[in-house]
Design a protein around this ligand. Structure first.
Ligand code: MN
Length: 506
């Protein structure tokens, strides 16, 4: 459902007429060569589209306006091959509404020591041409990413790829519709937030629907559709005997299939990319969707429990960034702790039901079971149970801190369970947060991070930093370099910075 190959990053090259037609033709040939190489790079998941070399303010403004209006264009990759006097860029950049990355590179890798002359120097002068461009970006206080290095270096293509994934997720959010079935879980604070400001800041819109609307879609599902989906379940998972055909709880499995199909139809018909539910609002539904939510997340939908639309949106964004890598992205919650006798403290993450099987350890077939919800008083939901695979990962949350939003992220190492958890009826991930639980949990709470998060393996703090920059929101990273006192001061300084830079506009 997510396709990054239909997105484009436009490669724009700055120059001027001072050098003459012959030099400009050479600039164009070399810029085209770089754009084509980036387009072919496996590190960059979107198309890189070459645009003619820009030498006038009108041409620059035109390409920026075109980029704004092109739905496939996720942003610009800008490079000043020669010297492009940057007052030419002001009108264009002032209108640009898409993200851009400033690629500071040079066509030629090494200095040709024996033959270097002034012609070569005048052609390969991004070393100062890009500084002129950088000045005007800084002067205009424009949010952008700067990538430095030779265009054939893996570090450069990787950095551009990270930016492109963040920009694709950002493009995906613009005009995105999220459906919220029921409301917020009563009395919970962090899942609340200013939905109008979220739409202004992030571009997505949260649509409230009654649970009865979903119940109607669920009831309209045909028995034949349910039969087919149940057959898929029996094939894909290790299904508990009581849920199989002839088993005493088989009707619950059929109802879960009905829930999945009803939800899926509702999301498709409404063009929704993410959704929330809450166990407090189930009127008309017999059970809280478990497996249904897990499978929809696996297919790329964002999800947040208890009405948590901010996390639903974030899970979706991380799904977009993970597309094609498929290392796994899930809704997650810090659930319980293990203060290890060996001094290594761990977090057991899980949720009541809704952990995405994209993070499951592929060596074991997920188990499909039925068990009570323990709270809520509805009938027992069917859910997939598995362990998350080990590896370095990140957990992230976006919170509304009043007048603005903040993204908080923590680098973690998902580790194997110390011992099996035979009586725990939910999917789970065990991790060691960096630098350690003592610092990470304190830092997380000083920053007001939520108990709900999006967990991802291939998405890195660099992706999240680029994404937060595109949104213009604060990014607080907790990792191996975190010092609590430095972080607390960072939060204080950021408070002042955002207050002064935004004024009354939010
Ligand atoms: Mn929760």
């Amino acid at each position: 459902m997510i396709d990054l190959a239909h997105y484009e990053a436009w490669f724009v090259t700055g120059s001027q007429h001072l050098y003459g037609e012959q030099t400009l033709r050479q600039v164009e040939r070399q810029a085209r060569e770089i754009a084509e190489a980036l387009d072919k790079s496996a590190d960059i998941p979107v198309r890189v589209v070459f645009k003619p070399v820009l030498t006038t303010a009108d041409a620059i403004r035109s390409v920026c306006l075109e980029a704004n209006a092109a739905p496939r264009c996720i942003g610009l990759i800008a490079w000043m091959h020669t010297f492009s006097p940057a007052k030419m860029w002001i009108a264009g950049l002032a209108t640009l509404r898409k993200p851009f990355v400033h690629l500071h590179t040079q066509h030629n890798r090494e200095i040709p020591w024996a033959t270097l002359d002034m012609d070569f120097m005048n052609l390969n002068q991004s070393a100062h041409g890009d500084r002129e461009f950088g000045f005007v970006n800084a002067r205009m206080r424009l949010e952008r990413k700067i990538v430095v290095g030779h265009w054939q270096d893996a570090a450069v293509t990787r950095a551009l790829g990270i930016w492109a994934r963040a920009a694709a997720a950002w493009a995906d959010w613009q005009g995105m519709k999220i459906v919220r079935f029921g409301d917020n879980m009563r009395d919970v604070a962090v899942t609340e937030g200013d939905k109008v400001q979220a739409q202004i800041t992030f571009g997505y819109d949260v649509y409230g629907y009654g649970v009865g609307d979903l119940a109607r879609a669920v009831n309209e599902v045909s028995d034949a559709e349910v039969d087919r989906l149940v057959a898929t379940y029996l094939d894909e998972y290790e299904v508990a005997p009581e849920l199989r055909r002839g088993g005493e709880r088989h009707d619950s499995l059929r109802y879960e299939a009905r829930l999945e199909l009803g939800l899926r139809h509702f999301l498709e018909a409404g063009g929704f990319k993410a959704f929330t539910d809450t166990f407090e609002d189930l009127h008309g539904l017999e059970q809280l969707p478990g497996l249904a939510v897990q499978r929809l997340m696996r297919d790329g939908y964002g999800f947040g429990a208890e009405g948590d639309w901010k996390t639903a949106a974030l899970v979706r964004a991380l799904k977009v960034m993970d597309t094609g890598i498929n290392a796994g992205v899930s809704f997650m919650e810090d659930y319980t702790y293990h203060f290890g006798a060996d001094g290594v403290d761990k977090v057991l993450g899980a949720h009541m039901l809704e952990v995405c099987p994209s993070i499951a350890d592929p060596s074991a077939k997920p188990k499909l079971i039925i068990a009570p919800l323990s709270i809520g008083g509805k009938s027992d939901p069917v859910r997939l149970v598995f362990d998350a695979h080990p590896g370095t990962a990140v957990v992230a949350s976006i919170v509304d801190v009043g007048q603005r939003f903040r993204m908080v992220a923590n680098t973690i190492d998902v580790v194997p369970l110390d011992a099996p958890l035979p009586r725990l009826p939910v999917a789970r991930a065990l991790w060691v947060p960096r630098p350690n639980l003592r610092v990470a949990a304190a830092a997380w709470m000083y920053a007001g991070g939520a108990h709900h998060t999006a967990l991802a393996y291939a998405v890195t703090p660099d992706h999240l930093r680029d994404f937060a920059a595109m949104a213009g929101v604060e990014f607080v990273l907790i990792d191996e370099r975190t010092d609590l006192e430095v972080l607390r001061n960072q939060l204080r300084w950021s408070e002042a910075y955002y207050h002064m830079s935004r004024g009354f506009g939010g």
